[in-house]
Design a protein around this ligand. Structure first.
Ligand SMILES: C[S@@+](CC[C@H](N)C(=O)[O-])C[C@H]1O[C@@H](n2cnc3c(N)ncnc32)[C@H](O)[C@@H]1O
Length: 536
């Protein structure tokens, strides 16, 4: 019964917009996350059908069930696996089973369909997100695009070459291409499932939507520099930054959410990231003049947003427009405060701002207001060959969408300090144009074959890499990297508030005065090494 109660609770919270389904499920701490997620998603998908059945049979009146619990139970009884609970709940539902079944049958007759799926509205039957490629970012801290390609081919996938047009990203099952914009990105057929694949479990690949790979790629911090990831959890962009920095330098990552930080800590370890220092801290309260941040030159700011670009969330926009506008205004105000705060770091050269929102208020409007308030910064023109630009007059920025870029909806802006503009002009051109010759040049992908999501959050899994890999395998590289897991900043301290983080990583306690709870790679590593047995 716990499964049904939890699922009902999550559906209710999602309806009240207290969080995205995925986040609510992961935050629930339920023992079988996969089972819970499947039940919640399917119940939500069939909600229009279930509500009609519940209404027609007057189930709520007769059982006094809450609407969400009734939906979950009716889903599993009629459409799902059959009720798995026992006791009085099952007896009660079985009493109503034939009436509920009759109501479902009646709906099918009325709509002249035979399958349950055919009762769903067209946009639910065929959601746009299902057509998005499965993007796989190769984690260059552990392996190479070439090695991953070899593995995929060994697994029965066929390499189709380097993509050069949008259409090349529409792939048949078991086909894959290397992306035309991001050389470390592979695209596969929609819904290709890697969650149980050893490359994923070993942190060699990261399941991440293409648009969500843009911020770190465009910020492009060089190895050895100091970087801040201001709103970092669950850490997909942090691990991407670390890969670009080749694990050299310092990567300060902040987040307010302890649970997400705990997940992040595990994921970063799995990805072999060692240059990071996680802090459970409000970024707005980070002292920009603090001695430890005096060398920070790069900031990635990916703050909380409406998530309106996430294809799977679009149907849940509420009918209360006034409330939606107020929420957007409040998010935009928070985003602008974060931006203004980030620009105060004294040695900052470049900052990437990104959201997975399609709303102008959270994107171009925030950038416009920020530029007005910070005349020392300017926008850098990005990727000339990228097909979707920021709305006028902010065409230096990038937008992304299913139709134009085969990704979730996304926005990216790169700000640069004016005084740096002259010194870094050459660099800026490299980043912005198709003639680019940096290590991120799309041209680089022409040389070798092979190759993300809700912006996919990575689920931690303490799995073991298979044995018997050859020298060129990601497994071998992983072993070598393991020896490097000691190079982090001295561990600042930590309050008890980090209980959840402590579950995934060892933490120490923060000085009384310090608000931040910090986990360094150094201290966190042994915890996960213990949880994830070595490959060989
Ligand atoms: C869009 S998510 C970040 C996703 C992340 N960059 C990634 O790629 O995996 C926004 C994050 O900002 C965090 N957040 C919200 N307000 C914050 C604040 N004031 N300081 C630090 N983090 C904050 C949220 O907890 C959430 O994890």
């Amino acid at each position: 019964m716990a499964l049904y109660v939890k699922a009902a609770d999550i559906l209710e919270k999602a309806e009240r917009k207290q969080g995205a389904l995925k986040t609510l499920v992961y935050d629930s701490k339920f023992s079988n996350i996969k089972q819970l997620f499947a039940l919640v998603c399917e119940t939500q998908k069939f909600s229009s059908v279930l509500l009609e059945i519940i209404e027609y049979t007057k189930l709520l009146k007769q059982t006094r069930l809450s609407p969400h619990l009734a939906m979950v139970l009716v889903y599993d009884l009629l459409i799902g696996q059959g009720l798995k609970c026992g006791g009085s709940w099952k007896v009660m539902m079985m009493k109503h089973r034939s009436r509920l079944q009759a109501a479902l049958a009646r709906m099918k007759v009325k709509k002249k369909v035979s399958r349950n799926e055919d009762l769903l509205p067209a946009d639910v039957q065929n959601p746009a997100g299902e057509h998005l490629p499965r993007y796989v970012r190769v984690n260059t801290l552990k392996t190479t695009v070439e090695d991953v390609g070899v593995y995929l081919k060994r697994d029965g996938f066929t390499f189709q070459g380097n993509a050069s047009r949008l259409e090349d990203l529409t792939l048949k099952e078991n086909h894959f291409v290397r992306d035309m914009h991001l050389p470390e990105l592979l695209a596969l057929a929609p819904k290709t499932d890697f969650h149980d694949h050893f490359l994923y479990k070993g942190g060699h690949i990261i399941l991440q939507d293409k648009a969500s790979c843009l911020p770190a790629y465009l910020l492009n911090p060089p190895p050895g520099c100091h970087v801040i990831d201001a709103c970092a959890a669950p850490g997909n962009k942090t691990s991407h930054l670390a890969a670009i920095m080749k694990n050299k330098g310092k990567l300060f990552a902040f987040d307010l959410d302890a649970k997400r930080l705990a997940t992040m800590s595990t994921l970063l370890l799995r990805a072999g990231v060692t240059c990071h220092q996680l802090a459970h801290q409000d970024f707005l309260k980070v002292d920009s003049d603090g001695a430890q941040y005096k060398d920070v030159e790069y900031i990635l700011l990916d703050p909380s947003c409406s998530g309106s670009g996430m294809v799977c969330l679009r149907e849940s926009t509420s009918s209360n427009q006034e409330k939606d506008q107020a929420r957007l205004a409040s998010l935009a105000s928070f985003q602008l405060r974060c931006l203004n705060h980030a620009l105060r770091f004294p040695r900052l050269k470049r900052l990437v701002y990104s959201t997975c929102s399609i709303h102008r208020q959270e994107n171009e409007d925030v950038i416009g207001a920020c530029l007005q308030q910070n005349p020392g910064f300017r926008l850098v023109p990005l990727l000339a060959e990228w097909p979707e630009r920021g709305l006028e007059p902010y065409t230096q920025c990038l937008r992304a969408s299913i139709a134009t870029t085969r990704t979730h909806g996304f926005f990216v802006a790169l700000l640069e300090k004016h005084s740096e503009a002259a010194n870094t002009k050459q660099e800026a051109v490299k980043i912005s144009g198709p003639e680019a010759t940096t290590t991120h040049s799309p041209d680089a992908c022409e040389e070798k074959p092979e190759d993300p999501q809700s912006e996919d959050e990575q689920t931690p899994a303490a799995d073991v890499m298979p044995c018997g890999q050859t020298d060129s395998t990601p497994g071998k590289k992983r072993k070598r990297k393991k020896k490097n897991t000691t190079a982090a900043a001295p561990a600042p301290v930590v309050p008890a508030v980090m209980a959840e983080v402590a579950a995934a990583a060892v933490v120490t306690a923060a000085p009384v005065a310090a608000p931040a709870a910090v986990v360094t790679a150094e201290v966190a590593a042994p915890a996960v090494e213990a949880a994830v047995p070595p490959a060989e």
